[in-house]
Write a protein of this length. Sequence first.
Length: 269
Amino acid sequence: MGDSGSRPPQLRPGRALAHTTGASGSGGSPHRSDSRSPQTPRGVRRPGPCGRLGTTPPVPGRPTFSLTALATLALLFAFLTWQAVVDSPLRRADERLGRAIADGPLPDRVAELLADLGNVTVAVPVLVVVLAYVAWRARRAGTSRWWLPTLAALVTMAAVPVLVIPLKEAVGRTGPPGMAGDGYYPSGHTATAAVAYGAAVLLLLPWLRGSYIRRELTIGYLVLVAFVGFGLVRRGYHWPLDVVASLVLSAMLLIALTVFLNSRRRQAG
């Protein structure tokens, strides 16, 4: 009777093991699953760009979304090209809209300035400066193959004349009143501005801090490209359909560049 009060309490083996660090079972430590292999993709997540959580490649749904977007834009571009070739109601409405915009109140000097932002001598140097800065930042940060995004952006830019010039010759659309010859579809100035400034934004975004500045830069890019297209129509250099088709073609090129850049970041992460 006296001995029973001095005996230490006996614990069952299962309950003792349940409270050891890393063990499984009820009442274990908060990290009781650390010793087990992950059972879902959530358990093997890796940090994404800028330190945010991502998923290990391939990311579900993204390749399919990109292919769907490219296919949709390709069909839209084919439709617009067909409408530019034939004497369709859309083409007649496009020419009426173009003449109305050309007679608009925007001063010619302002419209000319906006149109000039699509010149190769303006847009391409801006892209080169941004690419040099991004390459310097990536090399300084020790990024493997730091030169690949820059090369990809240059290839995307080089694809503009490779695609636009044959299309101009194949379609042979005449220009607005006062413009001689043909070959105005699609607009080369619009494509140059959209791809050059767009590629610069895509490469610059990962190096910017804060979502606000990223959002404002993207909005500024969209507004700038819209102004360039409007200036080209206002000055009578292109029909609106020429500009819209170039924007669709440029979006396809930028989506392809985005897919490549995202795959590079996932590999680096």
